[in-house]
Write a protein that binds this ligand. Structure first.
Ligand code: C5P
Length: 227
């Protein structure tokens, strides 16, 4: 069977990773969460005092980029690959609202994007990959055989993310999660380098009123047509 490249882009908290993981598992493909890589760089910047709510020392972060090593290791129990920063598992740490509040600023830095895009393209060099993010169909894999663009109302997305954070035991309010979703969408869509746009040839999936099963059936049908 031919192996293809599947690019899934879309707004924050649209459930891209849930669908991508499920699809990768069904096809026996590798799943790569590109957002986790931007989150890892953000965590590094926070740990080193390069970013906080008052300032962002972009130049220091850029100067340290070669000190940042991001890798993924498959966790059999979880059924997906967890992200590591310089050899340390940071899967839980990068999902906090605090990291979410800084990540879109970090993702505007072209030097950061250049380094991560190179690594992402390398992950996909043998095809058989499902990658989700914001610029996968436009920049990372413009020649992907299947491109999906996921969306849903901001309120639905904020509710899903809020439920996830509460389940983890994080102390957050629905309003601050909604604000974060809206602010990330705005920064991601309006930045100069690789803004979030609908790649040419993308299939749109608005999952505001769809169950997980319906979404999975939808993406599986479209990938079967390409394989
Ligand atoms: O996918 P996730 O919500 O975890 O991504 C976190 C942030 O990383 C996004 O809001 C965006 O700013 C950035 N990102 C990006 N390009 C990607 C993936 C994520 O700019 N391909």
């Amino acid at each position: 069977m031919t192996k293809i490249t599947i690019a899934i882009d879309g707004f924050s908290s649209t459930g891209k990773s849930t669908v991508a993981k499920q699809l990768a598992k069904a096809l026996g493909y590798v799943y790569v969460d590109s957002g986790a890589m931007y989150r890892a760089v953000t965590l590094y910047a926070m740990q080193n005092g390069y970013i906080d709510s008052a300032y962002f020392d972009k130049e220091s972060l850029i100067a340290q980029l070669d000190q940042i090593s991001i890798s993924f290791k498959f966790n059999e129990n979880l059924g997906f690959a967890e992200v590591y920063l310089n050899g340390k598992n940071i899967e839980k740490q990068i999902r906090t609202l605090e990291v979410s509040q800084f990540v879109s600023q970090v993702a505007t830095v072209s030097e950061v994007r250049e380094q991560l895009v190179k690594q992402q393209q390398n992950f996909g060099k043998n095809k058989g990959v499902v990658m989700d993010g914001r610029d996968i169909g436009t920049v990372v894999f413009p020649y992907a055989e299947l491109k999906l663009f996921m969306t849903a109302s901001a309120e639905k997305r904020a509710q899903r993310r809020y439920d996830e954070l509460i389940k983890r035991g994080d102390d957050v309010s629905y309003d601050e999660v909604l604000k974060n979703v809206q602010s990330r969408d705005h920064i991601d869509s309006t930045r100069e380098d690789s803004p979030l746009t609908i790649a040419e040839g993308s299939i749109k999936l608005d999952n505001s009123n769809m169950t997980l099963e319906e979404q999975f059936e939808f993406v599986l049908k479209h990938s079967d047509e390409k394989i």
